[in-house]
Write a new protein. Structure first.
Length: 342
């Protein structure tokens, strides 16, 4: 199911894919008239928006659920925490420390959110909250001793020394949990900086910043960059830390732009995949994300948008000066061939 794929991609730090699968899930729910899983999907979209630093988009997802008489209390707590509210992290620990209820709903990757709450508590010097987050993560880890991500998450929250945090970093390196790895690197770097080992601290923080930036977590990347700059570090290669908007041309990643231009130029998913040396399924994922961000629902609409806008704002050269128009593009969405694959 698309919403399950969205949740898995979120845990792996593949934010663009998570957003693409979530957007597709909402379209599928519209098609079949069944919105039973909308809360789950909206939570994923809200969490992705907050990781990207787009609080307004997170509020939009919350409002869409609340308009139906439901709530997203965990996403609401994440928003409060992102805004610097002192109660956000405490609400996260409280909500995630109890069994899932009808009000709370199912929440993907609670270990990742508890780590976020623990990090906020550590920065606020709230030892009681940090201990509560650590105890909850220790409980989760005890129930899954073979899960490296959970074991490392418990160390990030409960670790008392730089060595503990360094162990968490090494445990996470072989796993796909990039967001957890970035959190571990940041906490390890902060601890080493406080302990006076500037060289080790800068290396860890520099890597944390790069991992956050790589997955599109621009808000966290900016936070770590500010720590480095306050420590006197300057990197010529640092781009200006920018928050990617949720919609429009500027919201597209470089690969989404390239895929959109090729498809608008008449390519099928398969021929675009051959051009970009990607799997057709990967092209479909990028195209789904582009459809959602550009608010279009067919390949014809995408072609018309590209024709109106030209290549300005895409940051990549249009594949061909003369556009073939909508003929042969198919009108049913991002999948290869006439109708979008479900």
């Amino acid at each position: 199911m698309a919403w399950v794929r969205a949740s898995v991609c979120l845990g792996a730090g593949r934010l663009d894919e998570a957003a693409g699968h979530a957007a597709r899930s909402l379209r599928l729910m519209d098609d079949v008239g069944d919105r039973a899983f909308e809360r789950h999907v909206r939570h994923v979209l809200a969490e992705v928006a907050l990781l990207r630093g787009d609080r307004e988009q997170a509020r939009t997802q919350l409002s869409a659920v609340e308009a139906r008489g439901e709530t997203l209390p965990v996403a609401r707590a994440l928003l409060t925490d992102a805004e610097g509210g002192p109660r956000g992290a405490a609400a996260l620990v409280r909500l995630l420390g109890a069994p899932a209820s009808e009000a709370t709903g199912w929440v993907p990757w609670p270990d990742q959110l508890l780590v976020q709450a623990a990090c906020s508590a550590r920065r606020a010097d709230d030892t009681a909250l940090l201990r509560a987050a650590g105890e909850r993560l220790a409980e989760l880890a005890a129930g899954a001793p073979a899960a490296a991500g959970l074991q490392a998450a418990a160390l990030i929250a409960g670790g008392r020394t730089a060595r503990d945090l360094g162990t968490a970093v090494e445990m996470l390196r072989p796993t796909p949990r990039k967001l957890l790895l970035a959190h571990a690197l940041e906490e390890f770097g902060r601890r080493e900086l406080a302990d006076g080992d500037r060289q080790t601290a800068v290396a860890a923080l520099d890597e944390a910043r790069d991992v956050f930036a790589e997955v599109g977590a621009s808000s966290a990347a900016s936070r770590v960059q500010r720590i480095l700059q306050a420590a006197g570090v300057r990197r010529r290669r640092w781009p200006a830390a920018q928050e990617r908007p949720a919609g429009g041309w500027e919201a597209l990643t470089e690969m989404e732009r390239r895929v959109a231009l090729l498809v608008a130029d008449g390519h099928s998913n398969r021929s675009a995949a051959a051009e970009l040396v990607l799997a057709p399924s990967t092209v479909s994922t990028h195209l789904q994300a582009a459809f959602s961000k550009l608010d279009v629902h067919s390949r014809v609409q995408l072609a018309k948008l590209v024709l109106r806008r030209g290549t300005e704002g895409f940051g990549t050269e249009h594949p061909r000066a003369e556009h073939p128009g909508a003929e042969g593009l198919g009108a049913e969405g991002p999948g290869a061939g006439p109708p979008a694959p479900r």
